[in-house]
Design a protein around this ligand. Structure first.
Ligand code: S3P
Length: 441
């Protein structure tokens, strides 16, 4: 039964359909957050186009506005930011609410550790359950003073006026958020900050810092920068988010007779695990019109239906596809044979425990699934109709909506409001492309 609350949105998906046409999904969430952050801390006026106007990015923007940054927009993806410089932020008169966004909270903690005023960061029920010591511990080693709630959970209280020193840090988990938080704090630190990652993670921070004129040295798995530099305003064209495109890449692969082009999608090599995994599974995906825009590679992606096959997903692709697994599990449910995922424990600390929540929902739709500690085993076959709970996780909600393309009956997905965090026009765009979706509530 649907939970009845004024704020609840459920998705209702009728079975079948095919995806076709050309569409552009909204701007990349990771790049949008970083453009607001670096634009605010730069000297001069930064103009952003293609910004994701999702709740997560708006939370970051509101935090900077609360610290005295004047910005116009966003309007149709356009945001003009009057940067205040690295030392120009002012004491906010309220707790900064990062909503649902782990990226916002973790990256902001790196920036705020270097300010001369105190701040407090909080978030919604999901964010309040997520681990923050992965950033707080190394920031403390740099000299920051950060208090967390029990177990390293938010809220975070960050003491200003602390002198930071550069550190050399070997990250125990492959996390772009941790790497980015330390590099951002490193701009305020004395000496060099060096971060080594155990496996490649998204490198948008390093690329964008360079775009703003801040030197970053990258040698293999090691990124470093010197404190005391400056950011100079620049213009940013945010590509479409491959993590949002992923729903349509899977949808057009599994729905018979589909033929879809996704335009202007970011194909940064640290983000294209989803393309490699789907291609290994037999998907018909080709890239066209490849170009580089503002330091980020972009392409139009053409996808047609294909018979997918189950695979053992290579572990080196896991960090490169970390946000795409909910919908990749739907692809696996439609594939011939068994798909095995290992080395993906991180999925348990995302907006929800994505292994447990996807396993629960797929089972309710009649799919043979076995949860493992660090992954999942999915036996491909048929998908039934039924009611599943997104557990307030945007990517779970959209993944189950896509499952409707191959389901034998209608699927109701509960609690889909958080789709607004990353993909506010998902329902209308998906409907336009051919998904039989509507929303209730
Ligand atoms: C992100 C990094 C990833 C990803 C998240 C966005 C970023 O998290 O899951 O959605 O913008 O840096 P981790 O770095 O913690 O894996």
């Amino acid at each position: 039964m649907s939970k009845t609350s004024e704020n609840t949105i459920d998705f209702l998906v009728e079975p079948g359909g095919r995806l076709s046409g050309k569409l552009r999904v909204p701007g990349d969430k990771s790049i949008s957050h970083r453009s607001v952050m670096l634009g605010s801390l730069a000297e001069g006026v930064t103009e952003v186009s293609g910004l994701l106007e999702g709740e997560d990015v708006l939370a970051t923007l509101e935090a900077f506005r609360a610290m005295g940054v004047d910005a116009t927009g966003p309007d149709n993806g356009r945001l003009v930011i009057n940067g205040v410089g690295l030392h120009g932020l002012r004491t906010p008169n309220r707790t900064l609410d990062m909503g649902n966004s782990g990226t916002a909270m973790r990256l902001m903690s790196g920036i705020l550790a270097g300010q001369d005023f105190d701040t407090e960061l909080t978030g919604d029920a999901s964010l309040t359950r997520r681990p923050m010591n992965r950033v707080a511990d190394p920031l403390r080693t740099m000299g920051a003073e950060i208090d967390t709630a029990e177990g390293g959970r938010p809220p975070l209280r960050i003491r200003g006026g602390r002198k930071l020193n550069g550190i050399t840090y070997d990250m125990p988990v492959a996390s772009a958020q941790v790497k980015s938080a330390l590099l951002l704090a490193g701009m305020y630190a004395e000496g060099e900050t060096t971060v080594t990652e155990p496996a490649p993670t998204r490198d948008h921070t390093e690329r964008m810092l360079r775009g703003f004129g801040y030197p970053v040295v990258k040698k293999g798995s090691v990124s470093s920068l010197e404190g005391g530099g400056r950011l100079k305003a620049c213009n940013i064209d945010v590509p479409a988010d491959i993590s949002s495109a992923a729903f349509f890449l899977v949808g057009a692969s599994i729905a018979p007779d589909s033929d879809l082009v996704l335009e202007h999608v970011g194909i940064n090599p640290t983000r294209i695990g989803v393309l490699h995994i789907l291609q290994d599974m037999g998907a018909d995906i080709t890239l066209g019109n490849e170009r580089t825009i503002g330091g980020e590679p972009v392409a139009d992606i053409h996808v047609r239906s294909a018979q997918l096959k189950g695979i053992h997903i290579p572990e080196d692709q896991v960090p490169l596809a970390i946000d795409e697994f909910p919908v990749l599990f739907v692809a696996a449910a439609c594939a011939a044979g068994t798909t095995v995922l290992t080395g993906a424990r991180e999925l348990r600390v995302k907006e929800s425990d994505r292994i447990a929540v996807m396993a629960e929902g797929l089972k309710r739709l009649g799919v043979a699934v076995q949860e493992t500690e660090d992954g999942i085993i999915i036996k491909g076959g048929s998908i039934g109709g039924g009611e599943v709970d997104s557990h307030d996780d945007h990517r779970i909600a959209m993944a189950f909506a896509i499952a409707g393309l191959r389901a034998s009956g209608p699927i109701t997905i509960l609690d889909c409001r958080n789709v607004n965090t990353s993909f506010p026009n998902f329902v209308s765009l998906a409907h336009e492309a051919g998904l039989r979706i509507r929303q209730a509530g």
